[in-house]
Write a protein that binds this ligand. Structure first.
Ligand code: HEM
Length: 418
């Protein structure tokens, strides 16, 4: 590894993850890959400064995500490594959320299998297919509201409300509560993560947790035909789901079920606008949209990094010694542009046959919502292309602003006309 290149890449990388240094993240990722498949980068989380490993290339990132014998998501399983120490401050009287409590995202086997197993039936491709008519209806309703105006903010009017409506429908969350959920999850996502430490986050987490506890109480009294009511029935049955795990599960599903998918719809729409010839091809044949969605995910998927992994033993990655307990981040957006894996990776090619990418992670924690996200994206883009064939940006391209959140990147707004 060239030392000078490594130092420059480390400097650029430190700060890129909070999005505040104004650099193009993909140029920095290219520099990082050039310096090596794994780099030690100074980062800050919850006000604590430390060094973490960033894994920049596909094969190495896949290994970290898949090899649960060497790498864990659960730092408390390394009981000599500051177990229980959290980067997230929340006072203990608040009900658990997935940020602070135990959820499938932060445990490994056997708890992970138990927790994921409780909801995985609701996320099978077959069940998701049955939701298509409802997702289509929601997409059409949203465009009906703006069609006559000839303009909209694609983030506010389409990309954001579609996924939140779908996941809240599944969970049985009333529509009048969506605005609060948007406020809390937006504030939490933007106030947390690498390089972020906003004190208001604890308040939003508390509000989100308390809301969830009230919702669970209401559904215990009068259950409905929804996923939360099914989970409550499981919790009441006995020892498969504790009350704290129930709250963590609900907040995880709400949070994970909409932020990322709305980012895919918004960023994907911008990429379609950036590539009018390729979009025109899709418009002529909407059956090409699902394959195009995979390329949009590869090229600029919502998640910058997967959650932190911790080495379970002294080990090595691509020849680099890693110590037990070290924190490691697979950089998904970089792995998806690895020139050792993809031809011409910095080019968006919607006709590319993407057989594998890491936008949904991999291994046992691979995104539970993958089939849902794919259907939502297919319907969102197809409906947009079919109903608004004259879609154009309503502001200069250079005025489009990105927003950086917990581990993902999206657009703050996307004013368009049609
Ligand atoms: C384009 C949209 C989406 C993207 C890019 C995405 C991305 C991801 C990624 C990268 C992970 C793995 C994190 C890690 O290993 O650290 C993950 C996990 C997860 N996602 Fe998604 N996600 C999306 C949509 C959804 C939706 C619609 C849901 C529905 C509820 C969802 C629920 C989850 C859950 C529950 C997990 C944790 C799975 C586990 O730990 O076993 N996601 N997602």
């Amino acid at each position: 590894m060239n030392n000078e290149r490594t130092t420059t890449a480390e400097q650029a990388a430190s700060g890129i993850f909070n999005g505040e240094n104004g650099l193009d993240p993909f140029a920095v990722f290219a520099q990082m890959r050039e310096a090596g498949p794994i780099l030690s980068v100074p980062v800050e989380m919850g006000g604590v400064k430390f060094r973490a490993w960033m894994v920049t290339r596909f094969d190495e990132a896949l290994e970290v995500l898949k090899n649960h014998r060497r790498f864990t998501v659960d730092r408390s399983s390394l009981d000599d490594q500051g177990a229980g120490e959290s980067f997230i401050q929340q006072d203990e009287s608040s009900p658990a959320t997935f940020f602070t409590g135990k959820s499938m995202l932060t445990v490994d086997e056997p708890d992970h299998r138990r927790l994921r197993g409780l909801v995985s039936k609701a996320f099978t491709p077959k069940y998701m297919e049955s939701l298509r008519p409802r997702v289509q209806e929601l997409a059409d309703q949203l465009l009906d509201r703006v069609q006559a105006d000839g303009e909209m903010d694609l983030v506010r009017d389409y990309a954001y409300p579609l996924p939140i409506n779908v996941i809240c429908d599944m969970l049985g969350i009333p529509e009048q509560d969506h605005a609060d959920i948007r406020l809390w999850s937006g504030a939490i996502a933007h106030g947390l993560g690498l390089g972020r430490h906003e004190p208001e986050v604890a308040e939003h987490m508390r509000a989100f947790g308390e809301y969830t506890a009230r919702l669970v109480h209401a559904k215990r009294v009068s259950p409905g035909d929804d996923l939360i009511s099914q989970l409550i029935a499981i919790e009441e049955e006995g020892d498969r789901l504790s009350e704290q795990e129930l709250y963590s599960m609900i907040t995880l599903l709400v949070f994970a079920g909409h932020e990322t998918t709305s980012n895919l719809i918004a960023t994907g729409s911008l990429m379609l606008l950036d590539h009018p010839e390729q979009s025109a091809k899709l418009q002529r044949d909407l059956s090409l949209v699902p394959a195009a969605v995979e390329e949009l995910l590869r090229f600029n998927g919502p998640s910058t990094i997967a959650g932190p992994r911790f080495a379970l033993e002294d080990t090595e990655i691509a020849g680099q010694a890693i110590r037990r307990g070290d924190m490691i981040f697979p950089v998904l957006k970089s792995a998806n542009r690895d020139e050792l894996k993809f031809d011409d990776p910095e080019t968006l090619d919607l006709a590319r046959n993407v057989t594998r990418h890491l936008a949904f992670g991999n291994g046992i924690h691979m995104c539970l919502g993958t089939p849902l996200a794919r259907i939502e994206a297919d319907i969102a883009f197809s409906t947009l292309l079919r109903r608004l064939p004259e879609l154009k940006l309503a502001i200069p391209r250079e005025d489009v602003t990105w927003s950086f959140a917990l581990s993902s990147q999206g657009l703050s707004a996307l004013p368009v006309k049609f």
